[in-house]
Design a protein around this ligand. Structure first.
Ligand SMILES: NC(=O)c1ccc[n+]([C@@H]2O[C@H](COP(=O)([O-])OP(=O)(O)OC[C@H]3O[C@@H](n4cnc5c(N)ncnc54)[C@H](OP(=O)(O)O)[C@@H]3O)[C@@H](O)[C@H]2O)c1
Length: 220
């Protein structure tokens, strides 16, 4: 029986991937910082790495992000520069370093079948004012390519969603409609991302690839 670990698997896209796998009757381990009581297979992400559940994990979906916490800067004084450096370190930790450590730790225990990372379709069209976030996503792309090489035959791929759900902060509430206007196919659904995650997880001869699920973000 395959067991897939989904970081951020309690809600939103991660929660939908977890639900789709459970419907198939597969084992799912979720990782969350929130209360994980009452969940059969869970890892409290505030615990150190050795506290990972001792189960044979075969696949990983790396999903955690602090997208909703992105802050914009215009002119920068010393304090702001320090804040931006701290934000960059935090984005790198959540979107790159912690995922990298998790994969390495799991790969030491036993070979993984596949890893699917969630990146962002805006990877090569960065929003001004969100450089810390975008730098972490570009690094995530590099990590995906490097690990595909290093960990073969484990397959390592990434999905790059367009805006599917608005960010959690109130200021993102309108982002969904605007994003839908930018894609030639209009707005997408969480299921579109879930289907793509499952496709890449199971695609036996694909590794080192990033698949966009953005409805054709071909213009601005
Ligand atoms: N939603 C979109 O339209 C969209 C668009 C482009 C890219 N993406 C990317 O796709 C992925 C999933 O997006 P989403 O919108 O479903 O989720 P999200 O709102 O970006 O992230 C929420 C998930 O990430 C976890 N998380 C957040 N901060 C964390 C931290 N500091 N440490 C550990 N876990 C943390 C949360 O886990 P807890 O249970 O602990 O809160 C939660 O499950 C993300 O990487 C996101 O950047 C999403």
């Amino acid at each position: 029986m395959r067991t897939t670990l989904i970081t951020g698997g309690r809600r939103r896209i991660g929660g939908a991937v977890a639900a789709a796998l459970r419907e198939r009757g597969e084992n799912v381990v979720i990782a969350s910082r929130l209360d994980t009581d009452g969940v059969d297979w869970a890892w409290d992400m505030t615990q150190p790495m050795p506290a990972l559940p001792n189960v044979d994990i075969t696949d990983v979906v790396l999903n955690a992000s602090i997208f909703e916490a992105g802050l914009a800067w215009t002119g920068m004084d010393g304090d702001q520069a320090n804040k931006e450096a701290a934000l960059l370190a935090r984005h790198l930790q959540i979107n790159v370093t912690s995922g990298w450590r998790l994969i390495m730790e799991l790969a030491k225990r036993r070979p993984l079948t596949s890893v699917v990372m969630l990146l962002d379709a805006r990877n090569d069209r960065p929003w001004p004012g969100y450089s810390a976030y975008h730098v972490s996503r570009a690094a995530g792309y590099g990590m995906m390519r490097a690990l595909a090489h290093e960990l073969a035959p484990t397959r390592v791929n990434a999905i790059a969603p367009g805006t599917i759900l608005p960010g959690l902060a109130a200021k993102h509430a309108e982002s969904l409609g605007k994003a839908a206007e930018r894609s030639v196919l209009g707005g997408g659904k969480v299921k579109d991302v879930v289907d793509a995650v499952l496709f890449l997880r199971d695609a036996g001869h694909i590794t080192g690839e990033m698949l966009r699920v953005d409805g054709g973000l071909l213009g601005a």
